[in-house]
Design a protein around this ligand. Structure first.
Ligand code: ADP
Length: 296
């Protein structure tokens, strides 16, 4: 009788289980090139209709999102079952860019088993007594896990820089520490993806106003939301430099046009499904001969 090797069994299962994803979005356009200076203010916050050059909204997005989300669900199950690889998604963006919202909508389609969302706020007194990566590393995904960081180690090259608490030599060194840390995760089998949710200042105004007006959303508001808004150009400069300095083949940055919530979610679902697909995941080999089982 032909016996499949554990490996060929995994590959066979993967082929039968999931078809290769065709992404609707040209993800490579939005990938930040390593060491390539760019200006965020010149990048669209909504996809543009190629014929009219106007910002485009598309009725097909929810359906495409559902397809990508279905694939994501299956691939995440393989990641969880296989326990040989992991995935870290870092989400950054200005206040109201949609970090919480996209976590809610994109990850409501995957099993909570093996998926973990972590948020990083102002460092505690204890955290401040450690190096800036200490609190981050403890929350990194294990093999078999997918972790989503709502804010991350990138805050440490943004807030203190913009607020003038550190000088350039410190944030340049931090870029290096970050690159080394992400390379370490990569060598451990963790794929690192980083997304900057890109909204316009005008869109932020609408979303902040909606929070001010809605008693159910007011809890989300903080004084820093308004003072950070005053520092918008400084934040964009800090973001674009940090992204150019730390985007690599092992840990790429993507700029996600995020003025449309539906497009943002479609982008993230397709990017995640596409990335998991490329990770060549497989179910673990059978631990015993299933044909010997006889149920009574
Ligand atoms: P969010 O604004 O993401 O909904 P919070 O209301 O908890 O979450 O706010 C988190 C705040 O913590 C943000 O203003 C963010 O800039 C700040 N923060 C996070 N990490 C750091 C850091 N390392 N240094 C300074 N501030 C930080």
């Amino acid at each position: 009788m032909h016996r499949e090797s554990p490996n060929s069994f995994g590959i066979y299962c993967r082929r039968r289980y999931i078809q290769v994803i065709m992404t609707h979005i040209d993800l490579s356009t939005w990938r930040v090139k390593a060491e390539h200076a760019f200006q965020l203010k010149n990048l669209a916050t909504l996809p543009t209709d190629s014929e009219t050059s106007k910002d485009a909204e598309n009725d097909e997005w929810p359906e495409l999102f559902q397809k990508a989300a279905d694939k994501l669900e299956k691939l995440q199950l393989m990641l969880h079952a296989g326990k040989s690889k992991g995935l870290l998604l870092v989400l950054q963006g200005m206040d109201t860019a949609g970090k919480d919202g996209s976590i809610r909508s994109v990850f409501s389609h995957v099993s909570p088993l093996g998926v973990r969302a972590e948020a990083f706020g102002v460092p505690s007194e204890e955290e401040k007594r450690h190096d800036f990566l200490w609190r981050i590393h403890r929350k990194a995904p294990a093999l078999g896990e997918m972790a989503i960081f709502n804010r991350s180690h990138y805050e440490d090259v943004l807030v203190p820089r913009v607020r003038g608490w550190i000088d350039k030599s410190v944030w340049l060194k931090r870029y290096q520490h970050i690159a080394n840390f992400e390379a370490l995760l990569h060598d451990q089998g963790i794929t690192v993806l980083k997304c900057y949710l890109h909204i316009s200042k005008q869109e932020q105004k609408k979303r902040l106003q909606a929070r001010l007006d809605d008693p159910l959303k007011q809890w989300k508001l903080q004084g820093s939301d308004f003072s950070d808004r005053q520092l918008w150009p400084d934040y964009l400069e800090a973001y674009q430099e940090a992204m150019a300095a730390t985007s690599s083949s092992n840990a790429p940055w993507y700029v996600v046009p995020a003025d449309s919530k539906r497009y943002r979610d479609l982008f993230l679902a397709e990017l995640l499904a596409h990335t998991l697909e490329k990770m060549d995941l497989a179910f673990p080999p059978k631990s015993f001969d299933l044909s010997s089982v006889q149920l009574d």
